[in-house]
Design a binder for this molecule. Sequence first.
Ligand SMILES: Cc1cc2nc3c(=O)[nH]c(=O)nc-3n(C[C@H](O)[C@H](O)[C@H](O)COP(=O)(O)O)c2cc1C
Length: 149
Amino acid sequence: MAEQEMNFFHGDVDLDIIKKVKEAVSIPVIGNGNIVDGKSAKEMFEKTGCDAIMIGRASNGNPWIFNNIIKYLEDGTEILKPDNEEIKKTILRHLEMLSDFEGKEVALLEMRKHIAWYTKGMPGASAIRNEINQITDYDKLVNKIKEIC
Ligand SMILES: Cc1cc2nc3c(=O)[nH]c(=O)nc-3n(C[C@H](O)[C@H](O)[C@H](O)COP(=O)(O)O)c2cc1C
């Protein structure tokens, strides 16, 4: 995507504009922008009156966010972060599904950014990222993922 285009997607969400859109149209409105957890999801619903929400960046490396938000909206509780074993299983499943979809070579390259997101905040995350980025063989990548978490 060109840099100029990317700039359209910067900045904070304006809930008031979404509210005005919701009031002006008779079709369902999906609220999106800066939703990162249950609290911000609830705020989007309450302040805009939107019919549904969409989550972009906060789901990178965090597919658990969807269930977590549903739970928060249901009863106000926050689910704990998944442990390393769960993260590892999810990365391996993600890699396998991506590989079925796009082939092993493309999946290997695409998974580099996803693994960086999944491992963000883990001890040694930057070293892990460096190692992963050197790997050009699919099976080696699988073995490395099994080692890291
Ligand atoms: C890197 C990047 C690329 C995006 N590309 C598009 C795009 O091609 N078309 C589009 O409608 N929105 C695009 N968006 C906007 C997202 O769909 C979304 O509206 C925005 O990221 C705000 O939601 P979020 O805070 O949940 O990420 C892009 C956002 C980012 C960060």
